[in-house]
Design a protein around this ligand. Structure first.
Ligand SMILES: Cc1cc2nc3c(=O)[nH]c(=O)nc-3n(C[C@H](O)[C@H](O)[C@H](O)COP(=O)(O)OP(=O)(O)OC[C@H]3O[C@@H](n4cnc5c(N)ncnc54)[C@H](O)[C@@H]3O)c2cc1C
Length: 563
């Protein structure tokens, strides 16, 4: 059942097996999983299906440097489905190497391995509507599949890894009916968690308190409570609940909110490939089950370990849009239309330099000089993106010159100084707002520099092309748009040591036996991978943990599948 919390009587207390706070992909996946195992679930979501301005404003806060990190009410959606309402749908699992403790990536190492998560990835893939859990080109697309770059066979750089694309699935609309009809799930919309109420010794959560914007307050008492409020808000809730634990819930060792990560992402250099454009696959391919897939370049795990490189991928990308010297009508059209594009997607079309009249004129001339490509692009976009259920994922241009920039997406070192704290400002519900101070370190840039150098060497050695970039501007190129927007990682990291982590391998807050966290807040490192598929897999794994821990007529994952 789905109901509006405004209808709850002021002062009411509810009892349930599991209380899940936040109905984004993590909260929704977990609720559906648990209800299939005979546990009663209350899913409490701040927003509604449609975006509501007053609710969204509860996400407002401060950032240390707006060039480096967007304001916290951008790149997040406070509504049923969470940020999946606007995500890009790019899915891929993390790599086994991501879970290892690597002496060349400070503070790395998960208390679980890739094989612990592997059983949950296929279901996560299905929930994200990304087709089969198959991320190798020959397996996913068929053995006869063409190489990404003909003639490029490097033992050090892989070209066979794939990313797959969700519709992109909006978890709020897609699973609305399922949530509504599930007999053991009760969803409250407009329910804002405002306090985690610990018992007197601080070892268990007694109640979780909620407020509506209409002024009602109520609480939920559960055998287990899960925070699934996203990587920034989870830290906020824990830090703000400080009546029993003065430093905040689970924060005895000052780790909550620290080690905050996004991804280092930017377009770098020029890869000039030999031969005809047909030698290169730089766009989307279709898996047999109708899922868009795309190849990318990545350093093999062995080579990462040997050279001490953090994980990163590179996609073949078009030149920098803002610079009209690309003379491409479609790119110039995008630049000119950037104000019509949402903040989250328009941001990377604006590099912060005020465009001069001359720049606008040159972009306009590009559009006028390229009418055929521009109109073909518009027709394609309308039919394959705007009007399609499964949307063409992003702008891909015909490449007549075989010259590309590399779009880098790399993990960043978890550093304690990069953090989410509370500001002095209070929101309309009396909650302290957040302050986000995202940082990266020199090792992140250095690792990407060496990854690019290796890439250049391998292209040179293969005789298929040449990669060149400007060393002096590399850091600027990689941080031009600041942190990669929608990935909020690491603020309640997982680990064995209570002094350097917040949750254990079961995603349970160390000191609090019935409080758990679902979402990318628990990732100790950020991987090259976008986070959502992994955070859904972790939520499903948490479903197993909770059903094991709570004494019910639970169904195991296999029994559930058979039922
Ligand atoms: C523009 C954009 C593009 C993206 N593209 C990709 C992509 O291609 N691939 C990928 O893997 N990821 C992508 N992401 C990231 C992806 O959206 C997130 O990883 C994912 O939504 C996180 O899921 P979640 O359930 O952990 O958190 P959220 O989606 O943030 O959901 C948290 C939920 O908690 C609710 N909530 C918050 N505070 C409270 C409170 N106090 N009380 C009650 N409820 C509360 C919120 O309303 C929300 O519904 C993108 C994000 C953005 C913004």
């Amino acid at each position: 059942m789905i109901d509006d919390a405004a209808n709850i009587q002021n002062g009411a207390t509810f009892h349930t097996d599991v209380c899940i706070v936040g109905a984004g992909p993590a909260g929704i996946a977990l609720a559906m999983d648990l209800s299939g195992r005979g546990l009663s679930v209350m899913l409490l979501e701040s927003g509604y299906l449609e975006l509501d301005a007053k609710t969204q404003s509860l996400y407002e806060g401060e950032v240390a440097d707006e060039r480096m990190h967007s304001p916290p009410d951008k790149y997040r959606q406070r509504r049923l489905g969470g940020s999946s309402a606007i995500w890009g749908g790019r899915c891929m699992p993390m790599d086994p190497v991501d879970f290892e403790s690597r002496d060349y990536v400070a503070n790395s190492g998960w208390p679980i391995s890739y094989s612990d998560l592997l059983p949950y990835y296929p279901e996560a893939n299905a929930l994200a509507e990304a087709g089969r859990f198959s991320y190798e080109a020959s397996e996913a697309l068929g053995p006869q599949v063409a190489p990404m770059i003909r003639g490029f066979n490097s033992p050090k750089i892989r070209t066979t890894g794939l990313e797959r694309f969700s519709c992109p699935t909006h978890f709020g609309t897609r699973y609305f009916k399922r949530l509504q009809l599930a007999p053991l799930i009760k969803v409250w919309l407009g329910a804002n968690c405002v306090r985690l109420g610990l018992n007197a010794d601080g070892r268990s959560l007694q109640t979780t308190e909620f407020a509506t914007l209409s002024g009602n307050r109520f609480s939920v008492s559960a055998r287990a409570t899960v925070l699934a409020t996203g990587g920034i808000e989870t830290a906020r809730l824990m830090l703000a609940s400080r009546d029993i634990a003065p430093a905040g819930v689970g924060n005895l060792h000052d780790v909550v909110g620290r080690y905050y990560m996004c991804h280092i992402a930017g377009n770098v250099g020029t890869l000039s490939l030999k031969g005809p454009p047909s030698n290169v696959l730089h766009g989307y391919e279709m898996a047999p089950e109708g899922i868009y897939c795309r190849r990318r370049l990545s350093v093999t795990a062995e080579e990462q370990r040997r050279r001490g490189l953090a994980n990163a991928v590179a996609r073949l990308h078009f030149p920098r849009i803002t610079d009209p010297s690309h003379r491409n009508g479609v790119l110039s059209g995008l630049f000119l239309a950037r104000k019509l594009i949402s903040y989250e997607y328009g941001k990377r079309l604006n590099d912060g330099n005020a465009a001069t009249l001359g720049t606008y004129t040159r972009h306009l001339l590009n559009v006028v000089a390229d009418p055929l490509d521009t109109s073909a692009f518009l027709a394609h976009w309308l039919t394959k993106r705007t009007l399609a259920d499964r949307k063409f994922p992003s702008v891909i241009l015909r490449n007549r010159t075989n010259r590309f920039s590399l779009e880098m997406h790399g993990e960043q070192t978890p550093i304690a100084e990069s953090r989410v704290t509370l500001s002095d400002q209070i929101d309309p519900l009396g909650m302290p707002k957040v302050r986000v101070d995202w940082r990266y370190c020199a090792a992140d840039i250095e690792s990407l520099r060496r990854t690019l150098d290796l890439t250049a060497e391998e292209f040179e050695a293969s005789g298929t092309g040449r990669f060149e970039y400007q060393r002096e501007t590399l850091e600027q190129d990689l941080t031009r748009f600041g942190a990669y927007g929608g990935h909020h990682i690491g603020t309640a990291r997982m680990g064995h040591d209570v002094r350097s982590s917040v949750v254990n391998a079961d995603c349970q807050v160390h000191a609090v036996h019935n409080l758990f966290i679902a979402g990318s807040a628990v990732f100790p490192t950020s991987s090259q991978a976008n986070p959502t598929l992994t955070l859904i897999a972790l939520a499903l794994r948490l479903g197993d943990t909770l059903s094991r821990r709570l004494d019910t007529r639970r169904l195991s994952r296999t029994e559930k599948a058979v039922a």
